[in-house]
Design a protein around this ligand. Sequence first.
Ligand code: ZN
Length: 143
Amino acid sequence: MDECKLCQEGDFEKYLISEDQYWKVYLNPNQAYLGRGLIKLKRHSEDLFDIDSNEQQELFDFGTRYRNAVNELFTPDMFNYVSAGNRMPHLHIHIVPRYSSEREFHGITFNDNKWTDTYDPSEKMDLSEDIIKNILESIKSRF
Ligand SMILES: [Zn+2]
């Protein structure tokens, strides 16, 4: 599927945190939910339950490591894990940290405006590339 955007390596690669045999994990440049990340299957597949046992194993390893790094950094109150694929039908899982109270990072205050409700994937926060890079490096160094 060469028309699939997620099969191609584009601009998004600058947000790469780690990669292994089957998956890549990225920081989502949309940091309205502090520490939000994304795990993408390297091969094209459209359904979570089509992955084989090796891919499952590595997904859980990556997810756990990402969660632990974000826990250590920002102590979220919980996580949402979302595999939808409505806009990009290539298997990826959003990791969305959720917060019951505000967090501060490099002098910037982050608020989870939807706490106790479904997160809003379209919510945006205007942040400099410097801050995003800083969040990325902080997670990367704990991954
Ligand atoms: Zn694809």
